[in-house]
Design a protein around this ligand. Structure first.
Ligand code: ASP
Length: 329
């Protein structure tokens, strides 16, 4: 059985000054998850390891560095699902927990449930999760934005990961600080099975990001998985899922997928999305903040680094979406 792992750092606009941090964070996460898989670890362990890296990195809107709600607090959601027995666990509207993905995994291992607020915090503390003062999850930049009510460029970067292990088990996980200035207690798609994540060993696994209020009514993750039927390529399934969202509701979103053969798919209708992945066929992990860069890399057969490709893309971009231009090339 082949091994594969893919992570995302959120569907949003990534300004020039943040590209490097997004690349570095996603690469570090993929490397952490890949190390687990190649050492014989499970997909659940790999997803948890990868997401913990992203939750600890203030570049991303998950764990430490999450966006603040209207009360100036970090309140997070996370969930994990495995595709062998359709086990799952989630937490929502949680404060003072460093790694919500680990708590979600503990819940999955105990009994499938979505625990919210104090009940989730109590479960985390009782089961030895890393607790902290709720203020300790606030990073400088989101705090400044909140204090000065600075215009936030776009939705902050939710994180997610999908992995396939040697036993053929697929696992998906997603973790978020939610949306900027959300009211306390608001819960988006991230912790909801079918919306923010889905896994089924017969088909594939998916983690999503984007406007939760748009993702929920189209059940985006399960919609993407359904499109894998008939051996459709995960890239095409991802695109069809995002097209479905666009045709039914307004909103921006992105998704990452692996199918049961370990083939990779991802797309988004936001400006950018940071993605990194590693598979048994690749010599080293690859990382992108634009789909066009991946297409170019494939076209150029790996002659350029991702950064050079983005630069080339900027030079070559023509009217219309970059994706259309490149697929015509
Ligand atoms: N989906 C997340 C939420 O609605 C936010 C995001 O992915 O940007 O809470």
């Amino acid at each position: 059985m082949t091994l594969a792992i893919i992570v995302h750092g959120g569907a949003k606009t990534i300004t020039e000054d943040k590209v490097e941090a997004n690349h570095a964070g996603c690469l570090a996460a993929v490397e952490a998850g890949w190390a687990v898989l190649t050492a014989g670890g499970s997909a659940g362990e790999a997803v948890e390891a990868a997401i913990r890296v992203l939750e600890a990195d203030p570049t991303f809107n998950a764990g430490f560095g999450s966006t603040l709600n209207t009360a100036g607090e970090v309140e997070v959601d996370a969930a994990i699902m495995e595709g062998a027995k359709l086990g799952w666990g989630g937490v929502a509207a949680v404060k003072g927990v460093r790694h919500p993905i680990s708590v979600a995994r503990m819940i999955m291992d105990e009994k499938p449930r979505l625990l919210v607020a104090h009940s989730a915090e109590r479960f985390a503390a009782d089961n030895g999760a890393e607790m902290c003062a709720k203020e300790d999850l606030i990073a400088d930049e989101p705090l400044q934005e909140w204090k000065e009510e600075q215009e936030v460029v776009d939705r902050p970067n939710t994180v997610g990961c999908v992995a396939l292990d040697a036993s053929g088990t697929l696992v998906a996980g997603t973790s978020t600080g939610g949306t900027t200035n959300q009211p306390p207690g608001r819960v988006g798609d991230t912790a909801l099975v079918g919306c923010g994540l889905y896994a089924d060993n017969q088909l594939g696994a998916c983690s999503t990001t984007g406007d939760g209020e748009s993702i929920i009514p189209v059940v985006l993750a399960k919609t993407a998985i359904n499109f894998l039927a008939g051996d459709r390529h995960p890239d095409e399934a991802a695109q069809k899922a995002i097209d479905t969202l666009k045709s039914k509701v307004e909103g921006e979103a992105g998704c990452i997928l692996l199918d049961r053969q370990g083939r990779v798919g991802w797309t988004y209708n936001s400006q950018d999305m940071a993605v990194a992945y590693m598979t048994a066929e690749l010599g080293k992990p690859v990382v992108f903040t634009k789909k066009e860069a991946e297409r170019l890399e494939k076209l150029e057969d790996g002659k350029f680094t991702p950064d050079q490709l983005v630069e080339r893309l900027g030079m070559n971009r023509v009217a219309g979406s970059g994706q259309e231009a490149l697929s015509e090339a």
